[in-house]
Design a protein. Sequence first.
Length: 356
Amino acid sequence: ISGIKDRVHDFLGETLAHRARGQPKTMLDAKEVREFLFYTSLNAERLAATIGRDAFDPTSVAKLEDLLRRHFRVLRDVYKHYSTSTPNSNSPQGVTLEGLLKMFQDCKLRSKELAPHHLEVIFHDHLGSTSAQQSSDERYLAPPEFIEVLIHCSYQKFKHTLDSIQEQVSQLIDSHVKPNACSNAESIFQKMAYSPKVRQVLDKHSKELKIIFQLYATLDMSTTEAMQRASTMNITEFQMLLEDSGLLDETLTEAAVQQIFDGIQQTATADDGRDSEDEGGDDAGLDDDDEMAFSEFIDGLVAVAAYKYPDPFTALSVRINTFVLQLFAALRRHWSRKRISPQVDAMLNVLQKKMR
């Protein structure tokens, strides 16, 4: 009995000491104890390999893990909110690229230093060994990998304004994740575009859409800068695609396309301009606003489909499927007369197989 009393006394003393220092101790239930290490233990070698050994100091791991422990419940809740579930199960499977991009939009993380195409690269860099058993369409991040992605995003976004990695992660959590993550305040477009049925249609056509995106991302040769950005699509290239497909008309004008293009990007940008101030002036973040990553391109096509086919009595997923198939047919007709490169030939081959 005396031994139990001593342990209880020590526990109470430690708890009160933490409170007195303004650092209340986190009380975990049995389930949280099992999850705790997944969100608070870091692999220094993996982080150094992905972020860069010059950028990540392994000696900062202890401070970084202490920061993660303080925010354990927030990070766990965010992970579960953006995770997909296995069929016939309520347990989270993991955070897919789509879920990560949704978090990116909700948390207003878009800037010059952290654009969607950066996020896509970071996602694939941190996929762990479990991804070897996953198909390319269902790859997801486990909790430790999700935490690594957040750390990498923090470094990418704040590396020019904050010195230490723990300051960068703290800024991301306090200024973006806590105020904005897990929000139910989605726009009507987001609710429609990210509905399971719409995403199922887009996944079915993702291979062909990716090839089309890669081709058109290289077509603007008007400036040296445009030629160098061959992995993203600018407004000129997006309009080329719509013009080649015969979609531009009195309803879908160039002004409407510009509005769609701007609207897709603004959903992931902070509303109050704090990023511009934090990252070096009013123009910070604007240099990337004329470029779309593949994920934003997909959202743009959803917006164009809704714009061109506003029939409220037909499900959006059905309208998008019809729109995409018509887009494929139109591009096949257009490019069959202009076999200018092996990339065009590759696109025509996949479109021919798709339209059989």
